[in-house]
Every structure is written in structure tokens, then in C-alpha cells.
Design a protein around this ligand. Sequence first.
Ligand SMILES: Cc1ncc(COP(=O)(O)O)c(C=O)c1O
Length: 254
Amino acid sequence: MRLCKAQRFRYANADMADLEEKLKEAQACRFRIIVTDGVFSMDGNVAPMDKICALAEKYDALVMVDESHSAGVVGPTGHGVAEQFNCYGRIDIFTGTLGKAFGGAVGGFTTGRKEIIDMLRQRSRPYLFSNSIPPMVAGAALETFRILKESNALHDKLQANVNYFRDKMLAAGFDIKPTQSAICAVMLYDAPLSQKFAAQMAQEGIFVTGFYYPVVPKGQARIRVQLSAAHEKSHLDKAIAAFIKVGKELGVIK
Ligand SMILES: Cc1ncc(COP(=O)(O)O)c(C=O)c1O
């Protein structure tokens, strides 16, 4: 937005009525583009892509989705929110990172219609004037995509891990945001408590991060857990046991 000096309209998170209002306000502009995350990284909820695409068609807007938290995770075969909402062909630009589900390397990608990508290759300054990712990272990423195409086993395992962790944590009495992704937000609502909780978890051998304002709204502090297909049941059980121990010590659960 800064580079092309576009006018910015902000709508409330996944709020379609608000988006529609902003699209109406933007009708005088020459072009419109709706930009959304696929999965919102703090709560783990997904963007309603079918509704976003319908509004884009109604108000003549392009659609761009950042699938950084959804690619490899969401949708029956992990192809992201476009797959989950069956919106292929209705989304103009996708971005994603190689730094999350695809193995935690650096780098990322932008993809979409050929005309758009051709234009970006000539006009995108961060792309033109920056070195590309290292060849070994590109090679490893290509191999990751090959593995994921070959079988859905890792994606299925991730889903099972999320369900297992979420169900056990809810049963233990923790307050977990309803997740639709690999993100499980364990709500604590108190900033100092979230830091203390994370520090005590580290002593139990579990690395988790406590988030508080301004990363999340005031009074919404939490521990954000991201499940992985590399986790085995024993890892999850160890993490859940640590959560229960620390949760009891700090009076979060009974
Ligand atoms: C929605 C979203 N997009 C992009 C990124 C950043 O990805 P990268 O580290 O590859 O720039 C993040 C990082 O957390 C993210 O949450």
C-alpha cells in the first residue's frame, strides 16, 4: 500500500458487513483490492473466503490472501483457505511463507494470475532489488511441496495433533479459542501472568510464547501454541502435562 500509494480502508476482522461498507466507500477509486489473512495468526480463525469473493465480485474488487498460516494446514489437503472454501479461480493473488508449515525455512512466495506475476517481476521493488532465497532453501521447499503432494499423511497427522491437544486442554479446564488451524490460543487474559506462565513452561522443558498487548488487544493475553506434524503423542502429552502443572501452580485451572 505504501509503495503504490493506495488509499487504505480497514474493516473489522472477518466482518463482512463492515467490508461491504468499505467497498461501497471505495467505489470512486479506480481499482479495489481486498487483502486478508487466510488464517488470523493470534486466534487461529479463518477468513470467510467464499463471502469475501462474493463481495469482491459484487463491488468489482481484486482479492489477495496471505496464506502464511493456512497453506499446508487448512483445507482437506492443506491447500489453504482457497481449498477450504472452494474459491480457486476467484482469488487473484496468494502470498505465503516457507517459514511455517513448510518446514520453518526463510523466504516465501507470491503467486497468482500470470499477468499479475509478470507485472510484479518488473514493478515489485522489494523483489527486484533484493537477493533471492538461497538455492538450498528453494531446493528444500520444492521437496516439501513434492512430499505434501505425494501423500496427505502429514496433513492428517497435523489435524489429529491439533484435535488431540485442544480436546485434552479443554478437558483440563483451559480456555482455548475455537481454532480452525494449527494455532491453539490458551487464554490467560493477563499480561504478567502470560510471561510468568511461559517462563515456568520453559522450566518444564516446553517452549511456548506469551503474547500480550499490543500484539493482541488489551486484556486478551495468551499463550499461543502452534501444533506440528512433527509432534508425536509423547511430545503432546508432555506439553499438556506441563500446562496442567503450571496452570495449577498459577491458579489458572483447578
Ligand atoms: C500472516 C503472516 N504473514 C507473513 C508472516 C511472515 O512470514 P515471513 O517470516 O516469511 O516473512 C507472518 C509471520 O508470523 C504472518 O503471521
